[in-house]
Design a protein around this ligand. Structure first.
Ligand SMILES: Cc1cc2nc3c(=O)[nH]c(=O)nc-3n(C[C@H](O)[C@H](O)[C@H](O)COP(=O)(O)O)c2cc1C
Length: 487
């Protein structure tokens, strides 16, 4: 059907559009440089290098013909349609559901039977495990924590360049993945540099979590699925998701067991010490997961109640590690220096350590850990890092106005953590600790001082060095309370 020109409110005068377009923010377009063509065309905010005066687009045929693919895990239209029409084949999940219902009937129709399931599904009895899994070599590897909003792909690429071994997607809601929601599927994308990569899912019921696991198993390129049993946020907890799964442990075990049975790759579970600080339950949970054949448990050494208050309890993490016969255990909480990392590895004998805020505040921590040395990074080197993030962001979110806006917002979210970094050259005592609030200080030059500012207006100023001026109506409120040293 022809579109009536009077219906469209957009300008159709290309010459006028090009003449009124604001100045480019970069000389080189990241997509054109990487792939030989820019999908944003005339709208690209670094478009001068591939746009002729008449608007025609240049293509670097040699590069474009290579069809370089740097990201995987896109949702195809066929799968989306099948999901929306509820026609996707979830036969493995259905089978698990039937097994579970049979167990429930045997045990009087409640979830208590699920408790017994794990014991019956003996880990080393090949007859009871429908899928023979090839384990991943996690031991001794550094792991970048899943980080909602800030653990996006451009940030993970930066951490990969600093040598992190394992990366994980931001938490994705299982229910939305099953609905084929674009935003949730975008969280599952994997960059080619992520050589050990998993996706983290969150949900509260069998269908959501087991079907989603089967779907990801069939349609995605991942090495493992991680179940979130740690998220403390009230709205998540109250629905029985995240750390809310601890409220009904038997139901949780049944779901995890079934997730493990419908996937061909290892499953991992990330959990806290318990719901309340007074009643840690992670040791018991670890023993159950161990019996089920879960390959890796990641224990954040705090209870749900604690959020980020008080330090993570690494003595307890050590006990969790000691309680596990086969399941590998990674510890998580407050690691902020290479000294911290190796000390905790040595003292607790965990199989590895996951790092969250330490990587957000100083992503080069992974290099420091591997080389066992402190890096007194300069403000110019940090600025180069931000430029790199922006390039990766424009490649990922697009280099038109919308992509620039997304890149800026994610950069600002990240800056809310980056500003907590205190250059080691200014510290009197090393190593720095995660929970020490530094007094306001002057850097060794203006840029270093600006980078330490906790004022959003200063973060915006820094973003403008890479992404040009912000629109007049631009407002930014950080999503995470990263400045709170308790939260
Ligand atoms: C901004 C932010 C986002 C987070 N998002 C997630 C998430 O999506 N999934 C998850 O399991 N944990 C999430 N966490 C918790 C971290 O993965 C990690 O367990 C916690 O920060 C403790 O580790 P750390 O002391 O090294 O930061 C998040 C933490 C922060 C600070």
């Amino acid at each position: 059907m022809p579109i009536h020109s009077s219906c469209c409110k957009k300008s159709h005068d290309l010459a006028k559009y090009l003449a009124s377009k604001p100045a480019d923010i970069l000389k080189e377009c990241p997509a054109y440089t990487a792939f030989g063509r820019c999908p944003q065309g005339v709208k690209c905010r670094a478009g001068s290098c591939h746009t002729l005066p008449d608007g025609k687009q240049l293509v670097n045929e040699e590069l474009a013909s290579k069809d370089i693919v740097t990201q995987t895990n896109f949702l195809s239209n066929d799968i989306r349609k099948a999901l929306r029409a509820k026609k996707y084949d979830f036969s493995r999940s259905d089978e698990q559901r039937k097994l579970l219902d049979a167990k429930k009937n045997n045990y009087g129709g409640d979830d208590s039977g699920l408790n017994e399931m794990s014991a019956e599904n003996k880990r080393f009895d090949p007859e009871t495990r429908p899928v023979k899994k090839k384990p991943i070599d996690f031991i001794g590897k550094t792991y970048l924590a899943p980080l909602t909003t800030v653990g996006n792909m451009p940030f993970r690429r930066i951490c990969k360049e600093y040598g992190v071994d394992i990366t994980c997607s931001e938490m994705a809601m299982a229910g939305n993945i099953l609905k084929g929601t674009n935003g949730e599927w975008a969280l599952l994308r994997r960059h080619v540099s992520e050589d050990i990569f998993g996706v983290q899912i969150c949900g509260n019921n069998f269908e959501q979590l087991v079907n989603t696991s089967e779907l990801i198993n069939n349609e995605c390129n991942v090495d493992f699925i991680d179940l979130n049993v740690g998220c403390p946020i009230d709205s998540v907890y109250e629905k029985g998701c995240g750390s809310g799964m601890f409220k009904t442990p038997n139901k949780m075990y049944g779901i995890i067991n079934a997730m493990n049975n419908v996937t061909d790759f290892p499953m991992t579970v990330k959990y806290r010490t318990g719901i309340s600080i007074k009643q840690p339950i992670a040791i018991k949970v670890t023993q159950k997961l161990d019996e089920m054949g879960i390959q890796l448990g990641i224990v954040h050494g705090r209870s749900r109640q604690q959020r980020y208050s008080k330090l993570a309890d690494w003595d307890y993490i050590k006990q969790v590690k000691e309680s596990s016969k086969h399941m590998q255990i990674f510890g998580n909480g407050d690691v902020f220096s290479w000294e911290d990392y190796w000390e905790k590895m040595e003292e607790t004998k965990v199989d590895g350590i996951m790092i969250g805020r330490g990587a957000l505040i100083k992503p080069w921590i992974f290099e420091e850990i591997k080389e066992r040395k402190v890096w007194d990074i300069t403000s110019n080197e940090r600025l180069e890092l931000l430029k790199k993030f922006c390039n990766y962001g424009l490649e990922h979110w697009g280099s038109d106005d919308i992509g620039v806006n997304h890149t800026r917002r994610y950069l600002l979210e990240w800056q809310s953590f980056l500003c907590r970094y205190v250059p080691v050259g200014l510290l009197e005592v090393l190593p720095a600790k995660m929970n020490q609030r530094p007094p306001a200080y002057y850097g060794r030059n203006e840029l270093e001082t600006l980078m330490a500012s906790t004022n959003v207006a200063d973060w915006i100023k820094i973003s403008e060095m890479m992404l040009g001026p912000t629109p007049d109506d631009f407002v930014f409120i950080p999503k995470h309370k990263s400045n709170s040293y308790e939260g």
